[in-house]
Design a protein around this ligand. Structure first.
Ligand SMILES: C[S@@+](CC[C@H](N)C(=O)[O-])C[C@H]1O[C@@H](n2cnc3c(N)ncnc32)[C@H](O)[C@@H]1O
Length: 154
Protein backbone atom coordinates (compact mmCIF):
# COMPACT_ATOMS: atom_id res chain seq x y z
CA UNK A 1 0.00 0.00 0.00
CA UNK A 2 0.93 3.65 -0.37
CA UNK A 3 0.58 5.28 3.01
CA UNK A 4 1.19 8.96 3.65
CA UNK A 5 1.05 10.91 6.88
CA UNK A 6 0.71 14.69 6.65
CA UNK A 7 1.48 16.50 9.87
CA UNK A 8 2.80 19.74 11.30
CA UNK A 9 6.23 20.27 12.80
CA UNK A 10 9.09 17.88 13.30
CA UNK A 11 9.92 15.07 15.66
CA UNK A 12 12.57 17.09 17.50
CA UNK A 13 12.62 14.80 20.52
CA UNK A 14 14.91 11.79 20.11
CA UNK A 15 12.66 9.39 22.00
CA UNK A 16 9.70 10.16 19.72
CA UNK A 17 11.84 9.96 16.58
CA UNK A 18 13.27 6.58 17.59
CA UNK A 19 9.86 5.19 18.54
CA UNK A 20 8.35 6.42 15.29
CA UNK A 21 11.20 4.92 13.24
CA UNK A 22 10.86 1.61 15.09
CA UNK A 23 7.33 1.11 13.72
CA UNK A 24 7.85 2.99 10.46
CA UNK A 25 10.68 0.61 9.51
CA UNK A 26 8.33 -2.35 10.05
CA UNK A 27 5.56 -0.72 7.99
CA UNK A 28 8.04 0.09 5.20
CA UNK A 29 9.02 -3.57 4.78
CA UNK A 30 5.92 -4.16 2.68
CA UNK A 31 4.46 -0.69 2.05
CA UNK A 32 5.47 2.70 0.76
CA UNK A 33 5.38 5.15 3.64
CA UNK A 34 6.00 8.87 3.42
CA UNK A 35 5.75 11.47 6.14
CA UNK A 36 5.09 15.01 4.92
CA UNK A 37 5.91 17.65 7.50
CA UNK A 38 4.35 21.10 7.17
CA UNK A 39 5.42 24.29 8.89
CA UNK A 40 2.79 25.38 11.38
CA UNK A 41 1.58 29.00 11.56
CA UNK A 42 0.89 29.97 15.15
CA UNK A 43 1.60 33.68 15.45
CA UNK A 44 -1.94 34.98 15.16
CA UNK A 45 -5.09 34.48 17.16
CA UNK A 46 -6.63 31.01 17.36
CA UNK A 47 -9.21 31.28 14.54
CA UNK A 48 -6.68 32.90 12.18
CA UNK A 49 -4.11 30.20 12.94
CA UNK A 50 -6.70 27.50 12.28
CA UNK A 51 -7.68 29.07 8.97
CA UNK A 52 -4.07 29.59 7.82
CA UNK A 53 -3.00 26.08 8.75
CA UNK A 54 -6.02 24.50 7.06
CA UNK A 55 -5.21 26.50 3.91
CA UNK A 56 -1.63 25.17 4.03
CA UNK A 57 -3.05 21.67 4.38
CA UNK A 58 -5.54 22.05 1.53
CA UNK A 59 -2.82 23.35 -0.80
CA UNK A 60 -0.68 20.33 -0.01
CA UNK A 61 -3.58 17.88 -0.30
CA UNK A 62 -4.28 19.11 -3.82
CA UNK A 63 -1.30 17.00 -4.94
CA UNK A 64 -2.88 13.83 -3.60
CA UNK A 65 -6.30 13.79 -5.27
CA UNK A 66 -6.20 10.03 -5.76
CA UNK A 67 -5.59 9.25 -2.08
CA UNK A 68 -8.33 8.41 0.41
CA UNK A 69 -7.94 11.02 3.14
CA UNK A 70 -8.51 10.39 6.83
CA UNK A 71 -8.38 13.25 9.32
CA UNK A 72 -7.34 12.38 12.87
CA UNK A 73 -9.62 14.39 15.11
CA UNK A 74 -10.17 13.84 18.84
CA UNK A 75 -13.81 14.89 18.54
CA UNK A 76 -14.97 12.49 15.89
CA UNK A 77 -15.90 8.84 15.46
CA UNK A 78 -13.86 6.68 17.81
CA UNK A 79 -12.35 3.64 16.10
CA UNK A 80 -10.89 0.46 17.52
CA UNK A 81 -7.76 -1.18 16.10
CA UNK A 82 -9.82 -3.76 14.14
CA UNK A 83 -11.94 -0.90 12.74
CA UNK A 84 -8.80 0.91 11.57
CA UNK A 85 -7.65 -2.38 10.04
CA UNK A 86 -10.98 -2.55 8.17
CA UNK A 87 -10.47 1.00 6.80
CA UNK A 88 -7.05 -0.05 5.48
CA UNK A 89 -8.45 -3.30 4.06
CA UNK A 90 -11.26 -1.47 2.24
CA UNK A 91 -8.75 1.03 0.88
CA UNK A 92 -6.43 -1.71 -0.33
CA UNK A 93 -9.21 -3.70 -2.00
CA UNK A 94 -11.41 -0.95 -3.44
CA UNK A 95 -9.68 2.45 -3.35
CA UNK A 96 -6.35 1.97 -5.09
CA UNK A 97 -4.30 1.16 -1.99
CA UNK A 98 -3.53 4.84 -1.46
CA UNK A 99 -4.35 6.28 1.92
CA UNK A 100 -3.34 9.54 3.54
CA UNK A 101 -3.64 10.34 7.25
CA UNK A 102 -3.81 13.96 8.39
CA UNK A 103 -2.60 14.96 11.86
CA UNK A 104 -3.67 18.46 12.78
CA UNK A 105 -1.83 21.54 14.00
CA UNK A 106 -1.80 22.46 17.70
CA UNK A 107 -4.75 24.86 17.30
CA UNK A 108 -6.83 22.23 15.52
CA UNK A 109 -8.82 22.32 12.26
CA UNK A 110 -11.53 24.74 11.14
CA UNK A 111 -15.03 23.24 11.04
CA UNK A 112 -15.14 23.91 7.26
CA UNK A 113 -12.00 21.83 6.80
CA UNK A 114 -13.33 19.00 8.95
CA UNK A 115 -16.60 18.83 7.01
CA UNK A 116 -14.73 17.87 3.85
CA UNK A 117 -13.14 14.67 5.14
CA UNK A 118 -13.71 11.35 6.84
CA UNK A 119 -12.58 11.77 10.46
CA UNK A 120 -11.59 9.28 13.11
CA UNK A 121 -10.58 9.52 16.76
CA UNK A 122 -8.36 7.29 18.88
CA UNK A 123 -10.32 8.24 21.98
CA UNK A 124 -11.28 11.29 23.97
CA UNK A 125 -7.79 12.12 25.18
CA UNK A 126 -5.75 14.77 23.37
CA UNK A 127 -2.21 13.64 22.70
CA UNK A 128 0.61 16.02 21.79
CA UNK A 129 1.37 15.88 18.08
CA UNK A 130 4.77 14.15 18.41
CA UNK A 131 3.41 11.42 20.64
CA UNK A 132 0.33 11.09 18.47
CA UNK A 133 2.51 10.47 15.43
CA UNK A 134 4.06 7.51 17.26
CA UNK A 135 0.63 6.18 18.29
CA UNK A 136 -0.65 6.50 14.71
CA UNK A 137 2.24 4.61 13.14
CA UNK A 138 1.95 1.84 15.75
CA UNK A 139 -1.77 1.56 15.00
CA UNK A 140 -1.10 1.43 11.25
CA UNK A 141 1.42 -1.36 11.85
CA UNK A 142 -1.07 -3.17 14.10
CA UNK A 143 -3.80 -2.80 11.44
CA UNK A 144 -1.51 -4.32 8.81
CA UNK A 145 -0.74 -7.27 11.09
CA UNK A 146 -4.46 -7.77 11.81
CA UNK A 147 -5.26 -7.74 8.08
CA UNK A 148 -2.51 -10.26 7.35
CA UNK A 149 -3.63 -12.53 10.20
CA UNK A 150 -0.15 -12.27 11.61
CA UNK A 151 0.84 -12.65 15.21
CA UNK A 152 1.36 -9.35 17.05
CA UNK A 153 -1.96 -7.99 18.20
CA UNK A 154 -3.20 -9.16 21.55
C1 LIG B 1 -2.15 18.59 20.09
S1 LIG B 1 -3.38 17.89 19.10
C2 LIG B 1 -4.36 19.32 18.69
C3 LIG B 1 -5.43 19.58 19.64
C4 LIG B 1 -6.37 20.65 19.13
N1 LIG B 1 -6.76 21.47 20.22
C5 LIG B 1 -7.58 20.01 18.47
O1 LIG B 1 -8.66 20.08 19.04
O2 LIG B 1 -7.46 19.41 17.39
C6 LIG B 1 -2.57 17.65 17.54
C7 LIG B 1 -3.24 16.66 16.63
O3 LIG B 1 -3.03 15.35 17.13
C8 LIG B 1 -4.10 14.50 16.73
N2 LIG B 1 -4.69 13.86 17.92
C9 LIG B 1 -4.28 14.00 19.21
N3 LIG B 1 -4.99 13.19 20.02
C10 LIG B 1 -5.86 12.51 19.23
C11 LIG B 1 -6.86 11.51 19.47
N4 LIG B 1 -7.14 11.05 20.69
N5 LIG B 1 -7.55 11.04 18.39
C12 LIG B 1 -7.31 11.49 17.14
N6 LIG B 1 -6.38 12.45 16.86
C13 LIG B 1 -5.66 12.94 17.88
C14 LIG B 1 -5.10 15.36 15.97
O4 LIG B 1 -4.85 15.25 14.58
C15 LIG B 1 -4.74 16.75 16.47
O5 LIG B 1 -5.10 17.74 15.53
Amino acid sequence: MNIKIICFGKLDNKCFQESFDFYADKVKKRNDLEVIELKEEFNSELEVNKKNNCEILLNKLDKYQDYEKIVLDVNSKEVSSPELAEILMQNKDFKGAKILFIIGPSDGFTSDFKKQFQRISFGKITLPHQLFRVVLIEQIYRAIKINNNEKYHK
